[in-house]
Design a protein around this ligand. Structure first.
Ligand SMILES: CC(=O)SCCNC(=O)CCNC(=O)[C@H](O)C(C)(C)COP(=O)(O)OP(=O)(O)OC[C@H]1O[C@@H](n2cnc3c(N)ncnc32)[C@H](O)[C@@H]1OP(=O)(O)O
Length: 336
């Protein structure tokens, strides 16, 4: 809001089935606008990009898939670690769906067949595999030579939408609303653009310092499962408790409709924290090509439950190639 607006609707709509990740790069290239990774940028990171050779990944490109492989290697995460987490994500998402935990936060979507005929309402996220087991995920081959990333430990390509109203005190007064949560601190961090997926770690450390909190103070955390190594590396680096991480499953099961994911995570966290009568939650995601973001919040008095759309699984149509840049904010200290 940056001191400009009193009320802001944050959210996003993503139709990855029609507009795959990286489409703007592909279309821009076809239109003669070149590629985002110029030769000078590639030259700057030439030595670092050589790390991709081990996985037979084109070393002239910055790839999130490559970044996920590098992250797993750096944090000593095996394919078994990632696959176990992948199946846990499905099991947790299935248990939460079955228990009706998402009902209050999901806006059912009317569905039409391609013939135009109405086929009813879609009320649940589509990507969850009720019978997911480690044994089944372990059978999937890695996408790259010497790699550990497979479809079962990467986020799903999905369609989805979400929205959230954020106000300052004046905005709340004007609209006559009681808030459900207060944002205590936020942080952005830029990080290694080749590894690229490690950014939630410095962003989280800055955010905790700004909030005057330690990781042990946080009751629940959501770290986006863009790829399984992202939350697992984050957990190791922060000394966080796995049992408080993505407790209702994450993007490996529920999908990652890019522009909608941030608000979806916040909505799910708020509902779960209220159920548990917890105090603080934190949320982290890598937002290539933007800086990585972390936010610590705590609940306020509940009024109207926030809602989100269902996440609809879709077949992938493209691969992503994203650079990432950004700045770290200065660390101030404030107790929430
Ligand atoms: C900034 C950021 O946030 S970065 C993150 C951005 N997001 C991304 O980049 C998306 C990453 N994910 C992807 O690109 C895709 O999901 C991929 C490439 C990993 C996989 O794509 P696909 O191969 O089309 O996936 P698909 O869903 O068909 O699964 C492949 C196979 O694995 C099987 N499978 C997938 N998950 C599981 C599972 N948990 N258990 C058992 N089998 C599984 C599928 O059934 C399928 O089997 P089949 O070939 O016999 O039908």
């Amino acid at each position: 809001m940056s001191g400009v607006h009193d009320c802001v609707i944050a959210g996003g709509v993503e139709v990855m089935s029609q507009v795959p990740i990286g489409s703007n790069i592909v279309d821009g290239f076809k239109a003669g606008h070149g590629m985002p990774m110029s030769e000078s940028v590639q030259e700057k990171y030439r030595e670092s990009l050589k790390q991709f050779e081990e996985f037979d990944i084109n070393p002239t490109q910055f790839s999130q898939f490559g970044g996920a492989e590098l992250l797993a290697k750096k944090y000593g995460l095996s394919k078994e670690d990632l696959d176990r987490f992948g199946s846990t994500s499905h099991q947790r998402a299935h248990a939460a769906t079955k228990a009706g935990k998402f009902q209050a936060e999901v806006v059912p979507v009317p569905v039409k067949a391609s013939s135009g005929e109405s086929t009813g309402m879609l009320t649940e996220d589509e990507g969850v595999r009720p019978g997911a087991t480690y044994e089944a995920t372990a059978k999937l081959k890695p996408l790259y030579k010497n790699g550990v990333i497979s479809p079962a430990n990467a986020s799903q390509i999905s369609d989805g939408a979400s929205a959230l109203l954020i106000c300052n005190e004046r905005g709340l007064e004007r609209l006559g609303l009681k808030p459900r949560a207060r944002i205590c601190a936020q942080a952005l961090a830029g990080d290694d653009p080749v590894m690229m997926l490690e950014g939630p770690i410095p962003a989280s450390k800055t955010c905790l310092a700004k909030a005057g909190l330690a990781i042990k103070d946080i009751d629940l955390y959501e770290v986006n499962e863009a790829f399984a190594p992202v939350p697992l590396a984050w957990c190791k680096a922060l000394g966080a408790d796995f049992e408080r991480l993505n407790v209702n499953g994450g993007a490996m099961a529920l999908g990652h409709p890019l522009g909608a994911t941030g608000v979806k995570l916040m909505t799910t966290l708020l509902h779960e924290l209220e159920r548990r009568k917890g105090r603080y939650w934190s949320q982290h995601r890598q937002t290539n090509p933007h800086p990585h973001w972390a936010v610590a919040s705590r609940p306020h008095q509940p009024t109207h439950p926030p809602r989100r759309g269902v996440v609809i699984s879709a077949k992938p149509g493209g691969r992503s190639v994203s650079p990432q840049s950004g700045v770290s904010q200065p660390v101030g200290s404030r107790r929430c």
